[in-house]
Design a binder for this molecule. Structure first.
Ligand code: FAD
Ligand code: SIN
Length: 541
């Protein structure tokens, strides 16, 4: 019996992912055609929803674009594409104005009337606009309300894209014709049916891959599906060695993935050891507000040196009223766990947070595949270089939603509606349901464990070689499950994290220097003469 759904679902635009990038783009496109919006969990469940600190943009008359550009370039450690940085920073204020027009409830400066701007690591001034310490939730809710009410946006929750449908996969190799994307297959998670979605344009807005690591600030959806799908379809993927670890994830047995915002340090919090001794001045002149790669590495070093399980973040000096006003969400979460952040320091550890690499795009989010765009954390636009500057990612989502929308609207006439070949139904002949779920759960654990131990904040040739051997073996095993077992969300995600893990390992092995988020004890120095270019792995089709 086939578990495929027989009628393809069609739209002008197919967006895979409903975080800030996907939601904002859906709203922009809906005035120009029908939009299908897929999300593999509830619509809006995303990294975006959990964003805390805010959105970086030049909003204060005393700030200037060149300063934001310079800070981004410094954080990016020589690998940012300057034209991309300029494009994103220059469009920042406009993107914020649009959110304000939609009703985003950004926090205002007490008694002064303007918006409160906070500070985060690597920024030379206060420029992060925010909604207390739950900015993502506020922005997602504003966008979601409009998306769900829009008659031309058809949102499919719990529908997981499995793979892209391309002309090459359909066996169409016409001379002079590029490889084209026609849509995707997607699993209806509840029923196990596989649906075919066809579109003029397909947009990956599927976020990052923090779940490749055991400890992460990311929610469960962040399994790098878009990066894996694009790579399998023949797109270039760049800079996967640069996985950003956030320095301060709450360390508590009952808290899964809870972030303690960098804004806590921006507003005066300091990192201390168990005995209360501050240590960041020993590592960088900017101390607690040094760029993130430096702070995370310093914490890793101090934890290994002392043998302690965590370090502590102390903001008690600011007093209860200030803390409750600025960080209500964090204050509440800590209190629920018995930590009073007004009187005691918060236990924290670094955790995988942001995927700086991704699917290579041009200045409009267009990928190597005709008809396929990638925006937001799934993409590699050149903005982040070897280390993303705090609060630049929500900004990138918004700026690239705008740029991609403009590009698709300019090209829409070139792509007549549904002049596609007949896409074959999903073929599940001969597969059986996997009777041994333990094989899947064990492999999940194994990948995440060796990635954390061998391909984490500090790497070495030996650790990377061990990781590669394990990764190759697991990939073979997982591919076997994929071809022989009925697909489930768990199995598809495992397939994707195993591919993304291998891309990270191969990229890390390739880069024989230390730079930004990639630090290896075998090549501890930055080597501009040989390594000041992006890592782009060979395409496999
Ligand atoms: P996401 O918001 O992650 O959305 C991805 C979407 O794709 C989800 O809807 C998911 O369900 C869907 N999806 C994934 N795979 C599939 C599939 N196969 N099929 C269908 N749907 C799929 N950045 C800032 O700039 N400022 C901050 O203050 C900030 N704080 C952060 C705090 C936390 C805890 C975290 C985790 C990140 C933070 N970041 C912050 C980073 C920022 O939130 C993300 O980079 C950004 O939100 C990514 O948005 P996105 O739309 O690209 O992806
Ligand atoms: C934070 O609030 O610390 C997260 C900011 C970011 O990741 O950009």
């Amino acid at each position: 019996m086939s578990n495929a759904h027989s009628t393809p679902l069609t739209a002008d635009f197919l967006i895979i992912g409903a975080g800030v990038a996907g939601l904002d783009l859906a709203l922009r496109l809906a005035g120009h055609g029908d939009v299908i919006l897929l999300s593999k969990a509830a619509v809006g469940e995303s990294n975006s929803y959990y964003a805390q600190g805010g959105i970086a943009a030049v909003l204060d008359p005393a700030d200037d674009l060149d300063s934001h550009i310079a800070d981004t370039l410094v954080a990016g450690a020589g690998l940012c594409h300057e034209d991309t940085v300029r494009q994103v920073v220059e469009n920042g204020p406009r993107s914020i104005r649009r959110l304000l027009d939609l009703g985003a409830p950004f926090t205002r400066e007490a008694h002064k009337g303007g918006f409160h701007l906070t500070k985060e690591g690597g920024h030379s001034t206060r420029r992060v606009i925010h909604t207390a310490d739950a900015t993502g939730k506020a922005v997602v809710e504003i966008l979601l309300e409009r998306v769900l009410a829009h008659p031309r946006i058809h949102a499919y929750a719990d529908h997981m894209a499995v793979d892209l449908v391309t002309s090459h996969k359909l066996g169409m190799f016409l001379p002079g014709q590029p490889n084209r994307c026609f849509g995707c297959y997607a699993l209806e998670v509840e029923s196990g049916r596989v649906l075919t979605f066809q579109s003029r344009f397909t947009i990956l807005a599927s976020g990052g891959a923090g779940k490749v690591y055991r400890y992460t600030t990311n929610p469960d959806v962040a399994t790098g599906d878009g990066i894996a799908m694009a790579y399998r379809a023949g797109c270039r993927v760049a800079n996967m060695e640069f996985m950003q670890f956030h320095p301060t994830c709450l360390f508590h047995p009952k808290a899964k993935s809870f972030l303690i915002s960098e804004a806590v340090r921006g507003e005066g919090g300091i990192l201390v050891l168990k005995n209360g001794e501050p240590f960041m001045k020993r590592h960088h002149p900017s101390a607690d507000l040094a760029p993130r790669d430096i702070v995370a590495r310093a914490i890793d070093y101090e934890m290994k040196r002392s043998g302690d399980d965590c370090v502590y973040l102390d903001i008690t000096a600011k007093g209860r009223d200030f803390i409750e006003e600025h960080f209500p969400n964090i204050y509440k979460k800590c209190a629920e766990l018995g930590i009073d952040m007004a009187t005691e320091a918060i236990p924290v550890v670094p955790a995988a947070h942001y995927t700086c690499g991704g699917v290579v795009t041009d200045a409009h989010g267009a990928t190597d595949l005709e008809g396929l765009y990638a925006i937001g954390e799934v993409s590699h636009t050149g903005l982040h270089g070897a280390n993303r500057l705090a609060s630049n990612s929500l900004l990138e989502c918004l700026v690239y939603a705008d740029a991609a929308c403009e590009s698709m609207l300019n090209r829409i006439r070139e792509r007549p509606r549904f002049a596609h070949p007949n896409i074959p139904l999903w073929d599940s002949f001969g597969v059986h349901s996997c009777q041994e779920a333990v094989l899947i759960s064990h492999n999940w654990d194994e990948i995440r464990r060796f990635m954390s131990n061998y391909v984490g904040i500090v790497r070495s040739n030996r650790r990377l070689a061990c990781a590669r051997r394990r990764s190759e073996l697991l990939q073979q095993e997982i591919n076997e499950f994929y071809w022989n077992c009925s697909i489930t969300r768990d199995l598809l995600e495992l397939r994707n994290i195993s591919l993304v893990a291998s891309l990270i390992i191969r990229s890390a092995i390739h880069r024989k220097e230390s730079r930004g988020l990639h630090f290896t004890t075998d090549y501890p120095d930055r080597d501009d003469a040989n390594w000041s270019q992006d890592t782009i792995l060979p395409i496999t089709e």
